[in-house]
Design a protein around this ligand. Structure first.
Ligand code: F6P
Length: 539
């Protein structure tokens, strides 16, 4: 069964939401709290080690009711079933979307073209586990007989961002291996990494679903050439492994077939860290921790699949985000983790969310006349408080924000943790309440300065409070956002799993690259032509 193709703006729920918006859009969240002592409890979902408080939003019980009606009218339940049962819901690329199968238990049954894919998944998992153990224990050695000390992940987009973010987030759980990530085509990136490497003790993991990506192949070739200055061709089999669906191109690169970790076309790049794309994660934190990450994601999958929408974390967060995006016309959402370990989390989600839902044609192939994908940005607190929070507090734009925090710190430094968490709680309180003129005056502020110190408040936030940053809780958190993406794609009636928008730039870049070294010049606009000439002259 294909995904439903319902224009959300034609639903009854959308009309109800529009009328409702006209009535409540000027409500202050502060008043909503004052009028309902139970508000925080009503709008909190307590699930497993997650405590998700969405009460500091510009919503009422009616808002949620109509949003839930919208979810029903666009047939979200059927869409979830279609996704989990391996239907070809990535219709534009003719593929199923089954990253959830990668973290399912062995006895699960996920079918692609009528065939259960679990045995294949578990065969690859076993290969990841065995390889990880051999590298970490020092059993596998480099060409001079030394154990590996460094791992270089070569990939870009989904083949880089997920592993890089998770390795950084789980550094507390890391073993002795030093990990590096090379992604940018900018040669300065790979050369800075090379400076830190010893060819005798470095393992290279080339990650490319297609094995055709310019950046990844260029970086892999540069690293191979550098490596071959110290070793002969036979040593490549010991030092280079690949993760890909394209075995032919991998072997043509010179990697032994035995050193290939397969993946499948039903895993989208930006949802692939759960597959062998996560090999560097497994190497960095050990297979057991990698598996816990997967198990955490699986728990969130079960919650998403089975929980009533009203208490379903990804569904509720997705609906609230639609409320701001489509009715308040908020353009962006901030993700603010109060954990330095989640330093790369917003960057990672930028691809997940913006590559998936940055679409302007609906599932019928028609142009869309309503807003879709939100702009995602963010940095950890408290650093971000000293950078861009001013604009969230007192700027002219409405920026809903997710605050992510952990009740326990990993290093157990209570003094720092209490200070961190006091900021975490204080910011959402300040964003909610603001500061009135009376309060500013009562502080003894000079009259002419008073207007500048007033904060309207009424700035919406979700608080995602988790007990502790563990591989399992991180798995749940990532999966939570993955399902949020899916829900929003269904509501907006778009295909979330293709990314044709990134192709045009790639095609033009390859044409321009040829022009750098040839007299033949394609037709360009005069700006591009001048810039091209300038580069040729100056480079
Ligand atoms: O940027 C487009 C994209 O196709 C992403 O979706 C993907 O994650 C990335 O390129 C890398 O692709 P590959 O793994 O095939 O090298």
């Amino acid at each position: 069964m294909a995904l439903p193709t319902i224009n959300p703006t034609t639903t009854n729920a959308w009309k109800k939401l529009q009328d409702h918006f006209n009535k409540v859009s000027n409500n202050h969240i502060k008043d909503l709290f004052a009028n309902d002592a139970e508000r925080a409890n009503k709008f909190t979902i307590n699930w497993d080690d997650f405590y998700v408080d969405f009460s500091k939003n510009r919503i009422t019980e009616d808002t949620l009711k109509y949003l839930l009606e919208l979810a029903d009218e666009v047939k979200l339940k059927d869409a979830i079933k279609s996704q989990f049962s391996g239907e070809i819901i990535n219709e534009t690329e003719g593929r199923a979307v089954l990253h959830t199968a990668l973290r399912a238990p062995k006895d699960a049954n996920f079918k692609v073209d009528g065939v259960n894919v679990m045995p294949e998944i578990y065969a690859v998992k076993q290969k990841i586990e065995a390889f990880t153990n051999q590298v970490v224990n020092g059993e596998l050695k480099g060409f001079t007989g030394k154990a590996f000390t460094d791992v270089v992940n070569i990939g870009i987009g989904g083949s880089d961002l997920g592993p890089a973010m998770v390795v950084d987030a789980l550094q507390y759980y890391k073993n002795q291996l030093t990990t590096h990530f090379v992604s940018n085509i900018d040669g300065d990136h790979v050369n800075e990494v090379i400076k830190k490497l010893n060819p005798e003790t470095t393992l290279f993991v080339i990650v490319s679903k297609t094995f055709t990506t310019q950046e990844t192949l260029s970086n892999a070739n540069t690293l191979k050439a550098w490596f071959l200055k110290s070793a002969n061709e036979d040593a490549i089999a010991k030092h280079f492994v690949a993760v890909s669906t394209n075995i032919k191109n991998v072997t043509a690169f010179g990697i032994a077939e035995n050193n290939v970790f397969p993946m499948w076309d039903w895993v989208g790049g930006r949802f692939s860290l759960w597959s062998a794309v996560g090999l560097t994660i497994s190497l960095a934190v050990g297979y057991k921790n990698f598996d816990s990450l997967l198990q955490g994601a699986n728990k969130m999958d079960e919650h998403f699949k089975n929980e009533d929408f009203k208490t379903n974390i990804p569904v509720v967060l997705a609906l609230i985000s639609v409320w701001y995006n489509n009715f308040f016309k908020a353009e962006s959402e901030a993700i603010i983790p109060y954990s330095q370990y989640l330093n790369q989390f917003a960057t990672y989600l930028q691809q997940g969310i913006m590559e998936s839902n940055g679409k302007s044609v609906d599932r019928n192939g028609n142009p869309i006349n309503y807003q879709t994908g939100t702009i995602i940005w963010g940095e950890p607190g408290t650093n971000s408080q000293h950078a861009f929070f001013q604009l969230i507090h007192q700027g002219t734009k409405l920026i809903p924000a997710d605050f992510i925090g952990f009740t326990q710190s990993l290093h157990g430094n209570k003094d720092h943790q209490d200070k961190l968490m006091s900021n975490f709680l204080a910011q959402t309180e300040a964003l909610l309440n603001g500061k009135t003129e009376a309060e500013v005056v009562a502080e003894g502020t000079e009259t002419k300065i008073v207007p500048f110190k007033i904060f309207d408040g009424n700035k919406p936030t979700n608080t995602i409070f988790i007990n502790k940053l563990t591989p399992e809780s991180l798995g749940k958190l990532i999966a939570m956002y993955e399902h949020k993406i899916f829900v929003q794609g269904i509501i907006w009636n778009i295909f979330s799993y293709d990314q044709f928008g990134v192709e045009l730039g790639k095609q033009l870049a390859s044409k321009i690259l040829q022009e750098f070294n040839s007299a033949t010049v394609n037709k360009h606009d005069s700006s591009t032509q001048n810039l091209l000439n300038h580069y040729k002259k100056m480079s």
